[in-house]
Design a binder for this molecule. Structure first.
Ligand SMILES: NC(=O)c1ccc[n+]([C@@H]2O[C@H](COP(=O)([O-])OP(=O)(O)OC[C@H]3O[C@@H](n4cnc5c(N)ncnc54)[C@H](OP(=O)(O)O)[C@@H]3O)[C@@H](O)[C@H]2O)c1
Length: 348
């Protein structure tokens, strides 16, 4: 049977008025997915609003009353509590759901996918015969990892293939767009001198905040825990890893200082070549050139620079990794999962 492309399926964007939802629309537009195939969904308060798609007016519908039985693919980013209710409902109506929220990511029955790294898990977890053989069930939902996890594993995986990672320690510098449109508005308002718009844990303008998401009992934040648990699930091994996640007054683009230890002493040029050869990763030309969020916002790739030895530890290395959190960190990765699913000829 002929395999379908993204342009031949019907797609609902759930959370279409948000940061990730608008990025979904832009990416589908870039891929020339026909206007007729797209439905925009959001909360009841947005129903009737008009979004732009291919120069035409795309009306927003209410998620609560939407019937997914004629929708092939649902690109979900309405927040975890909303996905918890509506992703299973859509899947039960026959829609394949790509969920961007944290709700399903660590469910063992649900694939957590970065296509360049573990597309094989998509086959293993969703293909009916293999599922039966493994005694697994799958409800039709695929999870998209956290934005900071995606760009970190994209940079670590090609290195892990050269010499197994022994330990990873990461400090993040995460933009406000990772916190949704409300956090972006908050930064703009505070920067313009209005301190009354304040929902983040501390003032964001001219500051940095070492808290993203809630605190867990062991002192980590949930964002830090997600980076650890999701990385282990994607790489398929219990890698030793620790994270400090920090919100910074940047609108778009997350940065990460990653320290890692390998099993072997590998020349830097070998690591650079492995990273250069990996799809979706770009490496700075020299040790003195590097990327910042402003340089790469709007790009699809993950940018690695400042790769160097860490003199403080045997077989230790450091690197600086920057990516657009709304594209590769969210909407683009989910679209790539859908494209991979269709290209593999998989069925829900
Ligand atoms: N931004 C990122 O970099 C990023 C990366 C990875 C994952 N994520 C995850 O993706 C999700 C959305 O992020 P975002 O940045 O797009 O947030 P956002 O800008 O705040 O947008 C949230 C979207 O969800 C919709 N929504 C809220 N409540 C709803 C309801 N009850 N029913 C239907 N729709 C509802 C909103 O619609 P209304 O306009 O009608 O309220 C809006 O379209 C979050 O779970 C986030 O953790 C975000």
């Amino acid at each position: 049977m002929r395999r379908k492309s993204l342009s031949e399926v019907t797609i609902a964007i759930v959370g279409a008025t948000g940061n990730v939802g608008l990025a979904f629309l832009k990416i589908l537009e870039e891929r020339c997915v026909p206007f007729e195939n797209i439905t925009a969904l959001a909360s009841a308060q947005s129903a009737g609003k008009i979004l732009a798609y291919q120069g035409k007016s795309l009306p927003v519908h209410n998620l609560e009353t939407f019937d997914f039985s004629h929708t092939d693919i649902g690109l979900f980013s309405p927040g975890a509590a909303v996905s918890a209710v509506y992703a299973p409902k859509a899947a039960a109506q026959g829609c394949l759901v790509m969920d961007n929220t944290s709700y399903f990511r660590m469910d063992p029955a649900i694939p957590l996918i970065v296509p360049e790294i573990n597309a094989a898990a998509l086959l293993r977890d969703t293909e009916p015969r293999r599922r039966r053989d493994a005694g697994r069930s799958w409800g039709g939902i695929i999870a998209n990892p956290n934005c900071s996890t995606i760009q970190m594993v994209m940079a670590l995986h090609p290195i892990d293939l050269i010499s197994p990672l022994q330990r990873v320690s990461v400090a993040t510098y995460q933009s406000v767009s990772g916190g949704g449109k409300g956090a972006v508005d908050e930064l703009y308002a505070q920067t313009a001198g209005d301190p009354t718009v304040a929902h983040l844990p501390k003032t964001m303008a001219y500051n940095v905040i070492p808290q993203i998401d809630v605190f867990l009992e062991d002192g980590q934040t949930k964002e830090e825990w997600k980076m650890v648990a999701e990385t282990q699930k994607i790489l398929g091994k219990p890698l030793k890893i620790s994270a400090t996640c920090v919100r910074v007054p940047v609108v778009c683009g997350h940065s990460e200082a990653i320290h890692f230890e390998l099993a072997d002493d590998v020349p830097l040029e070998t690591l650079r070549q492995a990273l250069r050869a990996f799809p979706g990763v770009r490496v700075a030309d020299s040790f003195a050139t590097y990327d910042t969020p402003l340089d790469i916002a709007g790009s699809d790739d993950v940018f690695v620079s400042r790769l160097r030895k860490d003199a403080a530890i045997e077989n230790g290395y450091q690197m600086w990794v920057v990516a657009d959190n709304v594209r590769k960190g969210a909407a683009l990765n989910a679209v790539q999962i859908a494209e991979t699913f269709l290209a593999l000829g998989l069925k829900k």
